[in-house]
Design a protein around this ligand. Structure first.
Ligand code: NAP
Length: 267
């Protein structure tokens, strides 16, 4: 598959992996539409890509009405959608004993419901195009991670929902793909919600040692081109998924060791 002249929607394209996807898609001559909550970030993305076929729109994917308006705007502007990448997402950092329900609800509303709303509204056009639906999930969609319970739940939910959808669409010519990036350098850890549903404000991890958002986007686009079913990224990500399948009790112990230092959660 060639991206030239394809209409591709990427939710959350103003930062991190979404931004890298938007920029690579534009360089491959795709027509791109993206959304995010922050107008200034979208405006700067637009001005960084003058003259390119890029539609930016302020929308919060946790809101059904915003998703409807965004997808309708794309269809009105470009006439069709060939590929939808459900990328917009947030993470969280808090133990189950401390976390507010607000944090858990926000994470679920953005990661799960955002995917459901955008997919449902775009589906008639994607069906007509025999196109592609992508969910950017996480290793946390295969293996629950401590301090990230709501995030893990939301990503498991997206994986299950997309797997059901993939099966329903098996004979329609539509491909459904879910991608589990490993640790990837981006803004996600800075804005991860704390127990009070506020951004934690910093990344405790060495972002420089991670896969770049650009490399991650490159793998995602190759998987879309090959109409793959799933894509798990980074060797650490593969180890986590396989270890959890084959030796789940050992995976519990190793995951605890990785995410707690002297009994304290690494945020
Ligand atoms: N980076 C990693 O290590 C990693 C690992 C596994 C999976 N992932 C997944 O990859 C995806 C992209 O994450 P990232 O690392 O690139 O994060 P990021 O750098 O924080 O970028 C997130 C993007 O999503 C947008 N967004 C967030 N909430 C939104 C909402 N309610 N409505 C619309 N847009 C929203 C953000 O813009 P606004 O804030 O302006 O809305 C931003 O453009 C997420 O689904 C994440 O769970 C990331």
């Amino acid at each position: 598959m060639n991206f030239a002249n394809k209409v591709v929607v990427v939710t959350g394209g103003s930062d991190g992996i979404g931004k890298a996807l938007v920029e690579q898609l534009l360089s491959l001559q795709a027509t791109v539409a993206t959304c995010g909550r922050n107008y200034d970030k979208l405006y700067s993305l637009k001005t960084q890509n003058p003259g390119k076929p890029l539609l930016t729109h302020t929308a919060d994917v946790s809101k059904e009405a915003d998703c409807k308006q965004f997808i309708e705007l794309v269809l009105k502007t470009y006439g069709r959608i060939d590929i939808l990448v459900n990328n917009a997402g947030v993470s969280m950092r808090s133990l189950v004993t401390e976390v507010s329900f607000d944090t858990l609800r926000q994470v679920m509303d953005i990661n799960f419901w955002g995917t459901v709303y955008c997919t449902r509204f775009a589906l008639p056009s994607i069906l007509a195009q025999k196109g592609t639906i992508v969910g950017i999930t996480s290793i946390a969609g295969f293996r629950g991670l401590p301090g990230r319970s709501g995030y893990s739940a939301s990503k498991h939910a997206v994986n299950g929902w997309l797997e059901a959808l993939r099966t329903e669409l098996l004979h329609t010519g539509v491909n459904v793909l879910w991608v589990a990036p490993g640790f990837t350098a981006s803004n996600i850890r800075n804005v991860a919600l704390n127990k009070e549903a506020k951004p934690q404000g910093e990344s405790p991890m060495n972002e420089k040692a991670m896969m770049s958002s650009e490399t991650c986007a490159d793998y995602i686009l190759k998987a879309i081109e090959k109409r793959k079913r799933t894509l798990v990224l980074t060797s650490q990500g593969h180890q986590a998924v396989w270890l959890n399948k084959l030796f789940p009790s050992l995976a519990d112990k190793l995951t605890y060791k990785f995410f707690f230092k002297n009994g304290e959660l690494i945020k």
